[in-house]
Design a protein around this ligand. Structure first.
Ligand SMILES: [Zn+2]
Length: 71
């Protein structure tokens, strides 16, 4: 089961959760355990995920593949 790292935008607390892919897709884990905020940001640190064929700086996630400017 992959683990996902988040950082809370509300209180700046980093935290990590282990979720199944389906639970992650359902939005579970996107709540700060410290303050309960849902203003959290996913941290991409390749924890528990092997992306062996990818050595460049290209993000494979659909959410950042379009380059539509999340700022
Ligand atoms: Zn928080």
């Amino acid at each position: 089961m992959p683990s996902y790292e988040y950082i809370c935008r509300q209180c700046d607390a980093p935290y990590e959760v282990r979720l199944s892919m389906s639970a992650y897709a359902a939005g579970e884990g996107a709540t700060c355990p410290a303050c309960g905020s849902t203003k959290v940001e996913r941290r991409f640190t390749a924890v528990g995920v092997m992306t062996g064929s990818r050595t460049g700086g290209t993000c494979a996630a659909p959410s950042c593949g379009g380059g539509s400017g999340f700022t």
